[in-house]
Ligand binder design. Sequence first.
Ligand code: AMP
Length: 424
Amino acid sequence: MAYQQSRGGFRPRTNSGDGRSGGSRPSFGGGNGGGRPSFNRGRSGGSRGPVKKFIHPSKFINQATPKAEEVAYVPVNKFIDFPFGSQLHHNIAKKGYELPSSIQDQAIPHIIEGKDVIGIANTGTGKTAAFLLPIIERQTGISLRPSVLIIAPTRELAQQIDEQFREFSYGLNLYSALVVGGMPADRQIRDLRRRPHFIIGTPGRLKDLMNRRHINLENINTLVLDEADRMLDMGFLPDIRAIVSEMPSERQTLLFSATITPEITTIINNFSHDPVTVSVRTRETNEHIEQDVIEARDKAHKLELLTDMLRDTDQYDKVLVFGETKFGVQRLSDHLDNSGISSIAIHGNKNQSQRARALKRFKDGQVRVMVATDVAARGLDIPNVSHVINFDTPQTYDDYIHRIGRTGRGGASGRAHTFIESRR
Ligand code: AMP
């Protein structure tokens, strides 16, 4: 059996060294090159979802022992060096930020200068403040509005950006409208009528309200495309093109992406002008996240193992479990609840307020286990996740990296377990 009982409870069997690719694996640059495995996305035609080509997990899971020491990034700038007004400096201090993160340190001076910037960075690096702070400074007192458009792939990410916007812009008389799907448009339309400075939203709803003439982009002077790679993955390129075509070409464009693929390069060439690229190498996941595979005979066995694990409340303190489909995620969460393990599910079949409520309960520690689909969990900033469990194997290596990156954030170490069903 791959999963063994040990003194302290259950302990996953570690994968043997065979076939694992040594060294650190870069998470950005170069596209899908090297020995990256990919799953076959062909459809079976039935209701069982995509057919995956079997790939031995050792190919995409780097066994890793977290390194004890971490070399801290030493910023060149202090926040006070940035030419922001006193209220903005006050708001930064109130958030408890002492030193700029590396993306902030490197991108903010270029953004202040008015340059287009490509930020190669993922969630957890402080990229939100890297773009919000200099933009907020610039928009103070601007009368031609809305002047800033921020586009993000998911409602949750847009909401997180809006929350940070509100904190940083406190006392500055700047306003935003959050324009996302999954909730009634009436209130968003009302917010838009008030001519906010910032519009923060997801591509589908933005385009919808633009077509219905509730959004006028002719005064936009700054465009932010956040998690551009994810937006392309999710098929938002046509919507983004339609939106961008309605705004002045004379503008500042900031694009953030965890990876640079040929498609992203095309977007960069189309949408930005002479950009500066700032690449932030976060700690590579395999250096601070302990990763294991857990072999199971079949689905029932996976459920049994997962339930056993989650009963160990000391170790499995705050656990994010990934499933493949909306229905699978809901079923898994129901199964856990029926087994006496309280959990919440977050997936696309839940409406916005249900998702927000579920997320808050998990963030606040009221519930220990959250079961999610990839899309629902994308970009979420959840502190202190102790374990990521891939109940269903991820479709691609990038999904794997995104999933396990939910743990081990902000200097903590984390653990990731990936279930695989043994082949017969
Ligand atoms: P982000 O990558 O923008 O999603 O940010 C990840 C988390 O880091 C958020 O909770 C931020 O509030 C936090 N954060 C961002 N910049 C700093 C900083 N300079 N100092 C401390 N925390 C920060």
